[in-house]
Design a protein around this ligand. Structure first.
Ligand code: FES
Length: 271
């Protein structure tokens, strides 16, 4: 069992949980994730490790209260326990000094971008960040991203905070102005697809960190499969990061949509 040691509300619907997981905390590297189950027969849900504290033996994850298991997790409190945490899983991010690093993040998945951008900054890169969300309330970790960025652009789709507009507009402006050596995009599938289209035009090596349906997290069940360069890869063991110019984003969107109806029925039932 893994005890929740702190809970912070980042917005009206987003929470950060710090959970005891000493072995994971010691071994975790940027890009790694965990799969957790609240109960013995509960759903297994993947979460990026946002930060870890090896001396305290804790990891932190960020959750938006959407979906059945995520809503249940958001309702837990300090002192409550989670059945198990499997990890750290996935391949770690490639962290090195590449020059100028463009970090693109959207919505809840800015939480997955933060540890990578931080590590890239520590490796000596100039970090230019673009973060966005639908609305102000869904924009998280802005201060933390600002702290590790040499330049930051903040957008909301409805203009309630930062610039109003489309992600790719500031991307193009930054790319025209700066010599970008490497880009990482993390967000919803369509956002990553759009980012990848832009960086492909400019020949900028780009990685996308995928978030997909996962069950076992060991490459056995096939739930997290994705086509990369026409070959089937498993997000849990081959990823979560892949060459963004080689991912079949449209195929991935179709697979994710297939699960949405089922999830929304279960959520109605929970409510
Ligand atoms: S979660 Fe089963 S193969 Fe990746």
């Amino acid at each position: 069992m893994n005890k929740i040691v702190s809970k912070e509300q980042l917005s009206s619907c987003v929470y950060k949980l710090e959970i005891e997981a000493p072995i994971v905390a010691k071994a975790q590297k940027p890009g790694n994730f965990v799969i957790l189950r609240i109960k013995e027969k509960g759903e297994r849900v993947p979460f990026t490790i946002v930060e870890s504290n090896p001396s305290k033996g804790t990891i932190s994850i960020v959750i938006r209260n959407m979906g059945v298991t995520r809503t249940k997790l958001c309702n837990l409190n300090v002192g409550d326990e989670i059945k198990d945490i499997l990890g750290p899983l996935g391949r770690r991010s490639e962290i090195s000094n590449k020059g100028t690093f463009l970090a693109c993040g959207n919505g809840i998945r800015i939480a997955a971008l933060l540890p990578i951008a931080r590590a890239m900054k520590e490796a000596g890169n100039k970090v230019i960040t673009i973060i966005s969300a639908k609305t102000k309330d869904l924009l998280i970790l802005e201060d933390e991203m600002r702290e590790i960025s040499d330049e930051i652009h903040v957008l909301t789709e409805d203009g309630t905070h930062g610039e109003k507009g489309n992600f790719t507009d500031p991307m193009r402006k930054v790319i025209e102005k700066e010599n970008i050596d490497y880009c990482m995009t993390i967000g919803p599938v369509d956002m990553m697809r759009d980012c990848a289209k832009v960086t492909k035009e400019y020949n900028i090596p780009t990685r996308a960190s995928l978030y997909s349906i996962m069950v076992d997290g060991t490459g056995m069940c096939g739930a997290c499969r994705v086509s990369v360069n026409g070959r089937t890869k498993f997000t849990c063991v081959d990823g979560p990061e892949f060459d963004a110019h080689a991912i079949d984003f449209d195929g991935l969107l179709l697979r994710i949509d297939g699960y949405r109806n089922e999830e929304s029925k279960k959520l109605q039932h929970l409510k």
